[in-house]
Design a protein around this ligand. Structure first.
Ligand code: AMP
Ligand code: TRP
Length: 338
């Protein structure tokens, strides 16, 4: 058996919601994607169709999608090692999405907590139906590739459960068609918190931005944000998430980017004050991100090259997805065009 077919397959997706990913996205998700591409047959997509539920302006969506792809490559995804593509380039996602919608109970979809939260906040008249069917499109993303594992954050657990239920339901009704994926829930250890509110997760939607380290921001901005990070009472640099959430968060960032254990990270700051500590963390972050930002900008300057990479990714993805879709249609009794 060739290496390609003997390796387990992983699939994951990320929404192009902003022009820049933040450090939480990287340490909580993308870094694991990079690691998995060496050991697995990895498929990663920028889910632009899912992002339509946000209602961004066309030019914004376009720029965010390309910026997302450029950053994923700059952060270490290698189009030669993994299949990196844009969701809307593979029409089978929508096609399987419809099939799965016809197998999903209305009540079942209504119980998705992310939908409930978002629709409650917006009110039912301003909630689009696409937000309701969002998890079903996500199930299609996964089942199309016969993925064994889906590396995602804890917040996606319920969507993975739905995917498994839909896959099992289809297989029981129409015959074995889909691989039933396992969630690969990324460790909470990599959860990065807001620098200004270190008890809340780093996130652009829930904060002013002053506590969010953006991959594409200049070193000056990021140094300033880290220097102004909230610290805690006392003077010692110790990891204690209860008593010292601010210091602990900075230690987590430092340890993740230097690949040191938390203990080793703490030892680097014995006898040092918070000022020195923050300056060192800032330098580590800025030096880590500098080549990433440069590489992403370089990729964005050559759109033709980026398009070429995306075309190769889309073709590889399409080959797998079209086959699954055809098998699905056959199993259900949809007649082949011949
Ligand atoms: P979002 O843009 O919030 O949907 O996040 C995209 C991905 O990044 C998801 O897999 C999240 O689990 C992960 N992520 C987002 N924020 C953080 C954070 N502060 N710490 C760790 N992972 C995060
Ligand atoms: N819903 C996921 C998130 O917000 C993004 C996503 C869409 C996804 N399709 C996927 C994740 C398929 C994993 C697999 O993070």
């Amino acid at each position: 058996m060739s290496n390609e077919t003997s390796r387990e397959r992983v699939l994951s997706g990320i929404q192009p919601t902003h022009l820049s990913f933040h450090l939480g996205n990287y340490l909580g998700a993308i870094k694991q994607w990079v690691d998995l591409q060496s050991s697995h047959d990895a498929f990663y997509c920028v889910v632009d169709l899912h992002a339509l539920t946000i209602g961004a302006k066309p030019e914004e969506l376009r720029r965010r999608t390309l910026a997302s792809v450029a950053q994923l490559i700059a952060l270490g995804l290698d189009p030669e090692k993994c299949t990196l593509f844009i969701q809307s380039h593979v029409p089978a996602h929508n096609q399987l999405g419809w099939v799965l919608e016809c197998l999903t109970g209305f009540g079942e979809a209504s119980r998705m907590t992310q939908f409930k939260d978002k629709s409650q906040k917006a009110g039912s008249d301003r909630t689009v139906v696409g937000l309701f069917t969002y998890p079903i499109l996500q199930a299609a993303d996964i089942l199309l590739y016969q993925a064994h594992k889906v590396p995602v954050g804890e917040d996606q657990r319920q969507h993975i459960e739905l995917t498994r239920d839909l896959g099992q339901r289809f297989n029981a009704k129409f015959g074995e068609t889909f691989t039933i994926p396992e969630g690969y829930i990324l460790k909470a250890a990599a959860k990065i918190n807001d620098l200004q509110d270190p008890t809340a997760k780093m996130s652009k939607s829930s904060s002013s931005g002053a506590g969010v380290i953006e991959i594409m921001d200049s070193p000056e901005i990021n140094i300033k944000k880290i220097k102004s990070a909230v610290t805690d009472t006392g003077r010692e640099v110790l990891f204690d998430e209860q008593a010292k959430p601010g210091v602990s968060n900075l230690l987590s960032i430092y340890s993740a980017l230097t690949a040191k254990t938390i203990t080793a990270a703490q030892e680097d700051f014995i006898g040092k004050g918070y000022g020195d500590f923050k300056m060192t963390v800032a330098e580590v972050v800025v030096e880590y991100l500098r080549p990433v930002r440069e590489k992403a900008n370089e990729l964005l300057e050559d759109e033709a090259h980026l398009s070429k990479l995306l075309k190769i990714g889309a073709e590889k993805a399409d080959a797998v997805a079209s086959k699954t879709l055809r098998d699905t249609y056959d199993a259900m009794g949809l007649i082949s065009r011949g």
